[in-house]
Write a new protein. Structure first.
Length: 228
């Protein structure tokens, strides 16, 4: 205790002294505490940093309930559970991170002179581009009405919470379709803005139909068993 008091503050010394001594006869070894096995991994380090960042952001912004790391991780898991190709998963991840180059994002980063939508002139955002814009609404009008009503009924402003809520209330098949439609709408917008290639809502809808049909064909089918 004398050495502890010399090297540490009284509070730290008491905390160190309260650590129980191991009763097993084995040598000490280095262990990575975020992992149960004590082995370091880049994955565990990433999740630890994300957890600390979310806690700091929640504390600074005074967002109620957002400091709950389990709730935040559950939102991310709901995104990764949607069985779509990796390119769409990456698109959804970028959407959840508010990193898609919508008008408001580009304007905030001083990469655009205004935050107006290229198509209708309204204030652009991720939700405007993918749901509210006239171009997007024409595409959603060709989808199942109940599914669209469920999506429009979600009022979350944060993209990650918005997606997590949608994927929570919809069955897996509808969640996959929503992910594909969002991705297809974004792709059509970028083609129109950057390549001056405009496609009709019906063309985008047919693309979604064919894409999902290909996904269904790629699903592993159960092999029937026979008794011999």
């Amino acid at each position: 205790m004398e050495l502890l008091n010399q090297c540490f503050t009284p509070m730290d010394a008491r905390t160190i002294a309260s650590i129980p001594i191991c009763t097993r006869n084995q040598d000490d070894f280095w262990a990575w505490h975020p992992e149960k096995r004590g082995l370091f991994s880049v994955r565990s380090a990433y999740f630890m940093l994300v957890q600390r960042r979310d806690q700091c952001e929640a504390a600074l912004q005074s967002i109620p309930g957002r400091s709950d790391h389990k709730a935040v991780m559950e939102e991310w898991k709901s995104l990764w559970r949607v069985k779509v190709p990796s390119k769409i998963s990456i698109f959804l991840w970028r959407l959840a991170r508010h990193s898609l180059p919508c008008g408001d994002v580009l304007h905030r980063r001083n990469m655009a002179q205004s935050n107006a939508c290229f198509f209708c002139g309204s204030i652009d955002s991720y939700k405007h581009s993918l749901i509210e814009c006239t171009m997007a609404r024409c595409i959603w009008a060709l989808e199942n009405e109940q599914m669209v009503e469920a999506i429009c009924g979600v009022t979350e402003m944060e993209a990650k919470a918005w997606l997590a809520t949608i994927f929570k209330i919809l069955p897996q098949a509808d969640s996959v379709r929503v992910g594909v439609v969002l991705w297809a709408i974004w792709y059509a917008r970028r083609k129109a803005i950057h390549e001056n290639e405009f496609q009709s809502p019906l063309s985008t809808h047919k693309f979604v139909e064919n894409f999902i049909a290909d996904l269904d064909q790629e699903k592993p089918r159960a092999v029937p068993t026979t008794c011999i």
